[in-house]
Ligand binder design. Sequence first.
Ligand SMILES: Nc1ncnc2c1ncn2[C@@H]1O[C@H](COP(=O)(O)OP(=O)(O)O)[C@@H](O)[C@H]1O
Ligand SMILES: [Mg+2]
Length: 405
Amino acid sequence: MRVVFLSAVYPPEMKQYTRGLAEVGAEVYGVGDTPRDALPKDVRRYLTDYLAVPRLMDEDDVIQRVSGWLGGKTIDRVLSNWEPLVLLAARLRERWGMPGMSVETVRGFRDKELMKERARAAGLRVPRSSRVRTEAQVRAAAEEIGFPLILKPIAGAGSADTYRCRDQAELESAIRLTRGVTEASCEEYVEGEEFTYDTVCIGGKPAYENVASYLPKPIEARSVEWISPVIITVRDMHAPKFAGGLALGRNILKALGMGDGFTHMEWFLTPKGEAVFGEIGCRPGGAHLVDQMNYTSDIDLFREWARVACWGSFEAPTARKYNVGIVFKRALGRGRITRIEGLRDWLRQAGPWVVEEALLRPGTPRRNWKNTLLSDGHVVVRHPDWDEAHRLSFAAATGIKLYAE
Ligand SMILES: Nc1ncnc2c1ncn2[C@@H]1O[C@H](COP(=O)(O)OP(=O)(O)O)[C@@H](O)[C@H]1O
Ligand SMILES: [Mg+2]
């Protein structure tokens, strides 16, 4: 089983998938823009070979270089778990007649209007929306959709260039702020709580499912710097509250023609109890969500994904043992982290339920909180009881303080 894996070492969690692939018996042909001699030690032994390319986002160039590099070697899979490369992987698969999702199918997981069109055609509840390319089209769409609405890039990530507009003035300001965006989705703003629906699928059927709760919604977490974003996986995801979301998620997978691998969907639960589609990708969620799922069930989805992708089987138990909360912290101030307060108390309080503490240490420069979901580090805590997991997560959100002053 020879696998070409697009980006094998970046973002950092990709090293885990590379490991997973090697552990299930694949020969991993990694591709990335990390120079060969800068490959992290912990991943080298899992790579059969590695090709460093100068411009990873230049699809034609990468296709040409990868083809040359492999010579006439038979390849069995071309895979990617990173959003910007899922289409490139599909292009390579088509070129070489490889199994896996086609370019046309993958487009449905990349283009935020196309995914909604396909879901709508299957009778699923998606926000009213429209594809917009010019300012005039934005204004016309707003007229049609009404306020409040959301304006967001057609293939965005991390809530970048995403604006909620409550009236014409806010719309005009969003238009000004998104002048660099060439294509956008203008859609009905959906009130309510926001959740994920994550899967590892075999032929579009979920072998593993997960629901996580965003506290608060990503768009709010990205608008207010002092917030410590919390995400908690829901142990009891089969409770009636989530039934609509689960049904929606499974139907979306069918409507979009999902094949093998990870999916990461976001959905809203309105105050009336209706589940409404948000977006979906055919790759895992970022910001340590896969680690959270692993802690939820005490399994290794990095390896199980690889087993699914190579051999079409999933062997880990799917029982959910914990609600797993991750809490991202943002330092107060600018520059380098100077001190951390409240950590010792929180660690004492959370005791055996703490699973990770990865806050940036004093002396480390702050990350740009708008550009990273990771903020200035995180803690992970888990508990079998939802209220307790929630309490311990929020104790970290409010009780731990990082300073950069
Ligand atoms: N129609 C909508 N109604 C309400 N909130 C929305 C809507 N669309 C997006 N959002 C908010 O904006 C965030 C980012 O939008 P999303 O479509 O998920 O793009 P991204 O690819 O940047 O994650 C969502 O997580 C959600 O909080
Ligand atoms: Mg999103």
